[in-house]
Design a protein around this ligand. Structure first.
Ligand code: NAG
Ligand code: NAG
Length: 326
């Protein structure tokens, strides 16, 4: 029976290491994008809506909101207060801040803002830049460079876009020009594009993709695929909301298979009615690897190394014991 008791602590250590690796790989830094479909003071006045929205946003380290109509900032302030209230109901270890564009659009009665909400403990805003080219976009991207404190990639640029459906193809294509400009401006090619691109169904067909440089240039990776349904209604099945990243370094810093739709009707067991109160889109999200645990980048080699150590321990132990017991 001697071997059982001597092996036990090692086995415990081994399973602990396995667990820690598993846990680290399961967390990461979450970036979300959500079209809030006309989020204004009237919507923000609904306690139920703010409660739902707080549950959704509080999962994210950064959350891009689109279609926000809030020129005096009061609607977003209501959401921020709820996020920062710290009740037991939410993930309340974090406080949030926001950075917003001005109202953008072609008609005064439809001026929409891009709003980034972010956790002050995990990320900070380094720079912001309003892309200017009235001919290119109805709502020009409001570009923000972030710095994560524990992300594998420290500085990254987020380029939001809520396309005008009628010119979605041209607008998505022009994101390439935005990429060239901001990557030069900040000398950083770690660029992510996110938002409701209307990149599906009637607005962007398979043949239209040939006209979009973000599709034809293989340096861009589309993390939310064409078959995904980002809409809430049962009648629609369209991958409108997307996340795209530039380059191998950024791609490698993303947790595999973490890009997805957050169907919170299912996850939070909410009725379609409650979900549609907030928006007819679901949020999309992706997770970045963290730097704190380099383990998660290469769990297998680490595990192999650990098990090699365990094995040599055991064999040394066996050798000694068998000497003794002979
Ligand atoms: C990141 O860490 C540095 C150094 O510890 C600190 O000064 C900075 O405030 C942190 N940033 C955030 C967003 O927590
Ligand atoms: C992709 O990126 C590499 C490295 O920056 C560059 O050399 C190459 O020309 C790019 N490919 C395309 C199709 O733009």
């Amino acid at each position: 029976m001697w071997w059982r008791s001597s092996r036990l602590p090692l086995l415990l250590l081994f399973s602990f290491l396995t667990l820690s690796v598993g846990r680290a790989a399961g967390s990461g830094f979450r970036i979300c994008s959500y079209n809030l479909q006309n989020f204004n003071l009237k919507k923000a006045a609904s306690y139920r809506l703010i409660h739902t929205l707080t549950r959704v946003v509080s999962r994210c380290d950064i959350c891009l909101l689109q279609d926000v109509i809030d020129s005096d900032g009061k609607a977003i302030q209501t959401l921020l207060s709820s996020l920062n209230r710290g009740t037991d109901r939410y993930d309340d270890d974090y406080s949030y801040r926001s950075v917003s564009s001005k109202g953008l659009g072609k008609s005064p009665d439809d001026m929409q803002q891009y709003v980034f909400l972010y956790r002050t403990q995990t990320v900070s805003v380094m720079d912001q830049y309003q892309y200017k080219s009235k001919q290119s976009f109805v709502r020009e991207p409001f570009v923000v460079q972030f710095q994560g404190n524990s992300t594998a990639i420290k500085k990254f640029i987020l380029v939001p876009l809520h396309t005008d459906p009628a010119q979605a193809i041209q607008e998505i294509d022009r994101l390439y020009d935005v990429f060239e400009e901001v990557s030069k401006k900040w000398n950083n090619k770690n660029v992510m594009f996110l938002g409701d691109f209307h990149a599906s169904c009637a607005y962007v067909t398979r043949t239209d993709k040939k006209k979009i440089r973000l599709f034809t240039n293989s340096n861009f990776s589309w993390l939310i695929g064409d078959k995904v349904d980002t809409t809430v209604n049962d009648e629609t099945n369209c991958a409108y909301d997307r996340i795209v990243v530039y380059g191998k370094p950024f791609l490698k810093a993303i947790m595999p298979f973490s890009a997805k739709v957050y169907n919170f009707a299912k996850e939070l067991k909410l009725s379609k009615t409650k979900v549609l109160e907030v928006s007819d889109h679901f949020p999309v999200e992706v997770r970045l690897k963290s730097s704190a645990l380099l383990l998660q980048a290469t769990p297998l080699p680490i595990l192999l190394a650990v098990s090699a150590v365990v094995q040599s321990f055991l064999s040394a132990l066996f050798a000694r014991r068998s000497d003794k017991y002979q």
